[in-house]
Design a protein around this ligand. Sequence first.
Ligand code: ASP
Length: 345
Amino acid sequence: MNTNTSILVIYTGGTIGMINDEKTNSLVPFNFEHLYSHIPVLRRYPFQIDFHSFDPIIDSSDMSPDFLVELAHIIEDNYESYDGFVVLHGTDTMAYTASVLSFMLDNLNKPVVFTGSQLPLGMLRTDGRENFIAAVEIAAAQKDDVPLVPEVCVYFENHLFRGNRTIKFNSKNFNAFLSGNYPPLATVGIDVKYNDNLITKPNFKKLKVSYSLDNNIAILKLYPGISQQAVNTILQIKGLKGVILETFGSGNAPSAEWFLQELETAINQGIIIFNVTQCKEGSVDSGKYKAGLLLKNIGVISGYDITTESAIAKMMYLFGKNFDIETVKKMLSEPLRGEMTVTEK
Ligand code: ASP
């Protein structure tokens, strides 16, 4: 470990930061002076660890574009002073935040490792201690002064995942996150085993941050029996620019005339429809079934194996750029930050 290494820990809120207040016997957010008393082993790391806490801290269910912008600002403002960043974040929307940050931070050449916990740091059986220590170690890991994982990632329960590939899939087990379509970037056992061939290589260009996020988007999740009124109501939202269409299996949808007509009308009005599968593993394959081909034929864009979380992030980011509609469609169809794998022509 390099003694010149410095890590900035950014605390946004969430379960990990809770300790028991002995006076009231209830869970309250800790302040960072308490951190070393809860994780004394941190003192043994030979590098510098500094802290920045949001004020107020939030339950991650309250995550908003403004908060994301502030988080990106903290990273940009401190980018030259630190070798890596650890973001302590509630688990509920961690996958969304990590996805959005991965798009906002263009030319990222340093680790931004999100972590949190299912049990508060102040509880004896907490998973927060191990998650926190490993996240710091990963954020500081370098070879020949180059960070090993210059990506936005999520560390949880022995696994380091690419952030924009994750979803929260379990609300009670310690392994709360899943990356169904991309293997872990690293696994932690006795050693930390980095899967170098899966990790994005640094490009050594200057960090460029996009602060404009456009949330004129919606999710339309299909289910057997969905009514025309439900579909129409979503597609008629004022100012709507893009819809994530959560489809069945490999990207399939009802073949009813009214349904395709609703979508086609919306597309003709300039709304982009992005096909994302409801499956946690696997990809949209528009040519496989007629039910998928019909969508492709009316101009629905394939999201391949992207997660819904990442699709939302990508749309907010691209619409925020004010590109013309054809550029947005093109950029949705190709991976920008390793968020999807294109499998068909
Ligand atoms: N509700 C909490 C949050 O996401 C849950 C957690 O931290 O795990 O902020």
